[in-house]
Design a protein around this ligand. Structure first.
Ligand code: DGJ
Length: 726
C-alpha cells in the first residue's frame, strides 16, 4: 500500500514507485523525517535528540528545552507558537490575535482523493490513496485537515489542506500555504521559471539557498508570465542526469507564493501556497475552505527524471481525458488578419486550411460586438452582423463545408469600458469605487467572484452559440487584476475576492466543458500567462507565448518543458514571408509541441503551401511520439549554441537540434557536436524516415554527429531526425 502508519513509533510512510516520504507524531506535532530515494533510511534527525538545544528557541514545557518548534523539521508550521521561521498558516482568531497552533487528533487513510470545491486538482486512479490528518487548535476553535495524496506511478505526492471554523464566531485566514517541507542542509540551489510577456518561463538562473528567505510569487491575480508556480530545489551540483532534485508546483491559476528559507540549524524550509498579500479569508462559524493542491516530486538523478515525473503526472492526472484524442493541427486567424476578419475572409481561410491538410480553422478576436480593435466590445458576446451577415450558424456551416473543423476565440473574464455590458453593469467589474480603475489593454476585469456575472455570461454564450457546432474554444485573458475590490462582496470578505474569482472562473470552465462536451478548450493569457496545472486541468492545451519568433520560441519551449509536457504546448508556425528556410526552421521549432499555423496562407506562394502540406503529413507520422513520449534534454540553448532534445515512444525516436546563432545566451558555452540517445535499444537498427539513413542503436547511444548546420543570415538552423526501429 502506498500509505502506511505504524502505531509503535507513530510513523507515516508514503511511498511512490521510486520515492519515500516519512514523518511522525511527537508531542502532538508532525515531525518531518525523510523525503528521497525509496532505499534511503528514515533518519530520526533533530527531534527527540536531547542534545539538540538552541539558545533563544522557545519550548512548550518546562524541562523539555530540547523540543522547540523553532528548530524541529516540521510538516506544517503555524504562526506565533514558537517557530520564528516562515510559517504555513496564520489565522486571526476571535480574540483578534493571529497566534495559530494545531495538534494532531486523528487520521484516516482513504482510497482515492478528497476533491477541492471549485478548484481543479489531480485526477485519482485506482492506485491513488490519500492520508487525511485531522488537527485541532483548541484556542481558536479551528479544525485543520492536512491531505497527502500519493500518485504512485509518477512519483508525485500532493499536499492540500482545509480549515473548518468551529469557534462560534468569525476567524480570518491571513496566510495559507498548501505545502511545507523542511529539508536537511542548506546546500541547495533554487530554480524558478521567471519571465515576462512574450518571454515566458526562462530556465537560466540558479540561486543558492542562504540564511534568509527567497520568495517567488505572483501578486497579479493570475499565475502570470512574470513568475510561474513551478520551482525546483536541487543540490548545488545537480545537472540533467545527476544529483538530488525536488520539484514543486501549484494546481492554481491565481496569485501564489513559493518560499525557500535557510534557517539557523542548517535546514531549508520550502513552502508553496496562496499569494499572501491580498489574501485575508474570513471564515464564518461552521464554514470550511480549502487550500489548493500543491505537488512535489523527487529525483535522485537530476532534472531529467524530475521533468518526466511531472510530464507523466500532467498527462495522466491533470489534462482532461478528452485531450488524449489526437490534437488538431489548426490554422489561426490572429497573426494573419488581427481584427480585420469577416465571413468571406474566414471561409476562404478555412478552405486554405483544408487545402494545406490542416484539421481546423480558429476564428480569433474580432467576431463579436463592436470589436473591430482592442478598444471596444469585450463583454458583448453576440456576433457582429456587419461582418457575419447571416449569423454564426450559417457561416460555420460554410466553414465545415470546406472540410475543416471550427474553433472560436473568447475572453469571458473581461469587459471594455466601451461595451454594452460595462454601460449596463459598471459594478460588475473588479474595482474599488472610491478609486479610479487602471486600464490594461483598454479593458477591465469582470468580478468573477459574483455569481450573477457568471450566470449572465453563461446566458449570453448559450444564446450566441446555440446550434453552432463549435469544436474548439480559445479562452484568452489579457490583463492582470489591479485595484482588487469586489462590489459584490462585503467589507469583511474583500480579502477572499481573488480566491473566489478563481473559483468563479473554474466554474465557468466547467460549464463550458459540460455544455460543449465535444469541444476542446485551448487556454491563453496574452500567450502563456496562465501556463499552470489548474488551467491544464480544465483545458486541453495552452498557447505557449505570443512570441512566435523561432529563436525566442526555442528558449521559451525548452524552459517550459522543465515542468510541463509537450502535449499541452501549443506551437504555431508564424509568417515565414515566403522564405523556405524560415518556414523549415519555424516548423522544426514548432514540432516540439502541438503544431499549428498562424499567418495569411491566402497570400502565400504555391511552393509554401506545398511545403506546409508536406509538413502536416510528416507531423502526423510522429505527433504521438511528441505528445505521448518520454522527453530527454541533451543540450541547453542557454549554455550552448545548440538546443537539442529527443522524444521516445515505443520503437520511435524524434531527435531535434536547433543551432542558435553560435552564442550561448548566458555565456557559459558548452560545446555540443554529438547527440547521444542514451535510451536507444543497443540491439536494434534504426532508420531515419526523413532521409532513409540507417544507424545502429549502439551508435545512437554513443552519439551521432550533428554535422554542419546551414544557417540563414540570422545564423539559425535546425535539424530533425525521426528514427524508427527496423
Ligand atoms: C492575445 C493572444 O495571446 C493572441 O493570440 C490573440 O488571441 C489576441 N489576444 C487576441 O486579442
Amino acid at each position: 500500500m502506498p500509505i502506511s502508519f505504524t502505531r509503535e513509533n507513530s510513523l507515516f510512510r508514503l511511498t511512490t514507485k521510486n520515492t519515500l516520504y516519512a514523518f511522525d507524531i511527537v508531542k502532538g506535532k508532525l515531525i518531518h523525517r525523510y523525503y528521497g530515494k525509496k532505499a534511503g533510511a528514515v533518519v530520526k534527525t533533530f527531534a527527540d535528540e536531547p542534545g539538540d538545544v538552541w539558545s533563544f528557541a522557545p519550548y512548550a514545557k518546562e524541562g523539555e528545552v530540547y523540543f522547540s518548534l523553532d528548530t524541529q523539521p516540521l510538516e506544517y508550521s503555524c504562526f506565533g507558537s514558537g517557530d520564528f521561521r516562515t510559517t504555513a498558516l496564520r489565522i486571526k482568531n476571535g480574540a483578534g490575535n493571529s497566534v495559530t497552533g494545531f495538534d494532531y487528533v486523528s487520521h484516516k487513510i482513504r482510497k482515492g482523493r478528497v476533491e477541492i470545491p471549485n478548484i481543479p486538482c489531480g485526477r485519482a486512479d485506482e492506485r491513488t490513496q490519500t492520508l487525511d490528518i485531522t488537527l485541532r487548535d483548541t484556542a481558536s476553535g479551528c479544525e485543520l485537515h492536512l491531505y497527502y495524496t500519493v500518485f504512485y506511478d509518477c512519483d508525485v505526492i500532493s499536499r492540500y489542506a482545509s480549515v473548518t471554523n468551529k469557534s462560534g464566531g468569525d476567524v480570518v485566514i491571513e496566510k495559507w500555504m498548501s505545502l511545507a517541507l523542511d529539508l536537511p542542509g542548506h546546500n541547495y540551489d533554487v530554480v524558478s521559471l521567471a519571465g515576462a510577456h512574450c518571454f515566458e518561463r526562462v530556465f537560466n538562473e540558479r540561486t543558492p539557498v542562504f540564511r534568509g528567505n527567497l520568495s517567488m510569487c505572483s501578486r497579479r491575480g493570475a499565475s502570470s508570465h512574470q513568475m510561474n508556480p513551478f520551482m525546483a530545489v536541487c543540490d548545488r551540483k545537480a545537472d540533467e542526469n545527476h544529483g538530488d532534485v525536488y520539484g514543486f508546483n501549484f494546481v492554481y491559476s491565481g496569485s501564489f507564493l513559493n518560499e525557500v528559507e535557510g534557517d539557523q540549524t542548517g535546514k531549508t524550509r520550502v513552502q508553496v501556497g496562496l499569494g499572501e498579500e491580498n489574501f485575508n479569508y474570513r471564515l464564518k462559524d461552521g464554514e470550511t475552505v480549502f487550500a489548493p493542491e500543491a505537488v512535489m516530486t523527487y529525483s535522485a538523478k537530476g532534472f531529467g527524471p524530475m521533468s518526466r515525473n511531472f510530464h507523466h503526472f500532467t498527462n495522466d492526472h491533470i489534462v482532461p481525458e478528452k485531450a488524449k484524442e489526437r490534437r488538431p493541427v489548426v490554422l489561426n486567424s490572429w497573426e494573419a488578419f488581427y481584427f480585420d476578419i469577416d465571413e468571406n475572409i474566414m471561409v476562404d481561410f478555412a478552405a486554405a486550411a483544408a487545402e494545406c491538410g490542416m484539421d481546423m480553422v480558429i476564428m480569433d478576436d474580432g467576431w463579436f460586438g463592436a470589436r473591430v480593435n482592442d478598444k471596444a466590445g469585450l463583454g458583448d458576446w453576440y456576433v457582429n452582423r456587419n461582418r457575419f451577415k447571416e449569423g454564426l450558424a450559417p457561416y460555420v456551416e460554410r466553414v465545415k463545408n470546406t472540410g475543416v473543423k471550427f474553433g472560436i476565440w473568447v475572453e469571458p473574464e473581461m469587459a471594455n469600458p466601451d461595451s454594452d455590458l460595462f454601460r449596463a453593469h459598471p459594478e460588475w467589474c473588479i474595482r474599488c469605487p472610491e478609486r479610479p480603475m487602471s486600464y490594461s489593454r483598454s479593458q477591465y476585469v469582470l468580478d468573477m467572484a459574483n455569481p450573477e456575472v457568471i450566470e449572465y455570461l453563461k446566458g449570453m454564450f448559450e444564446e450566441t452559440f446555440r446550434g453552432v457546432p463549435i469544436d474548439y474554444f480559445k479562452w484568452d485573458m489579457n490583463r492582470h487584476i489591479s485595484e482588487p475590490g469586489s462590489m459584490y462582496l462585503g467589507a469583511e470578505d474583500q480579502g477572499s475576492m481573488e480566491y473566489r474569482y478563481m473559483q468563479g472562473v473554474y466554474s465557468l470552465f466547467k460549464w463550458f466543458r459540460e455544455t460543449y462536451p465535444d469541444a476542446m478548450i485551448e487556454n491563453c493569457s496574452g500567450g502563456g500567462g496562465r501556463y499552470d496545472l489548474a488551467m491544464m486541468a480544465v483545458c486541453s492545451q495552452i498557447w505557449t507565448s505570443d512570441n512566435t519568433n523561432a529563436r525566442t520560441r526555442t528558449l521559451i519551449q525548452y524552459s517550459s518543458m522543465l515542468a510541463y509536457p509537450a502535449s499541452v504546448m501549443s506551437c504555431h508556425v508564424s509568417n515565414p514571408h515566403g522564405n523556405m528556410h524560415e518556414l523549415d526552421l519555424k516548423y522544426k521549432v514548432a514540432v516540439n509541441g502541438v503544431l499549428g499555423y498562424e499567418f495569411n496562407v491566402l497570400k502565400t506562394p504555391e511552393e509554401v503551401k506545398e511545403e506546409i502540406r508536406r509538413q502536416v503529413r510528416e507531423y502526423r507520422t510522429f505527433d504521438r511520439v511528441i505528445t505521448d513520449g518520454e522527453y530527454y534534454r541533451l543540450s541547453s540553448p542557454y549554455e550552448s549554441d545548440v538546443s537539442a532534445y529527443y522524444f521516445e515512444l515505443g520503437d520511435q525516436i524524434l531527435l531535434s537540434a536547433i543551432h542558435t546563432n553560435g552564442k550561448a545566451v548566458i555565456g557559459r558555452k558548452k560545446p555540443c557536436t554529438k547527440l547521444a540517445v542514451r535510451t536507444a535499444d543497443a540491439n536494434a537498427t534504426y532508420r531515419d524516415t526523413r532521409t532513409g539513413m540507417t544507424v545502429t542503436g549502439e551508435q545512437l547511444k554513443k552519439g551521432i554527429e550533428i554535422g554542419e548546420f546551414a544557417p540563414d543570415e540570422s545564423g539559425w538552423d535546425a535539424k530533425l531526425w525521426h528514427f524508427v526501429k527496423e
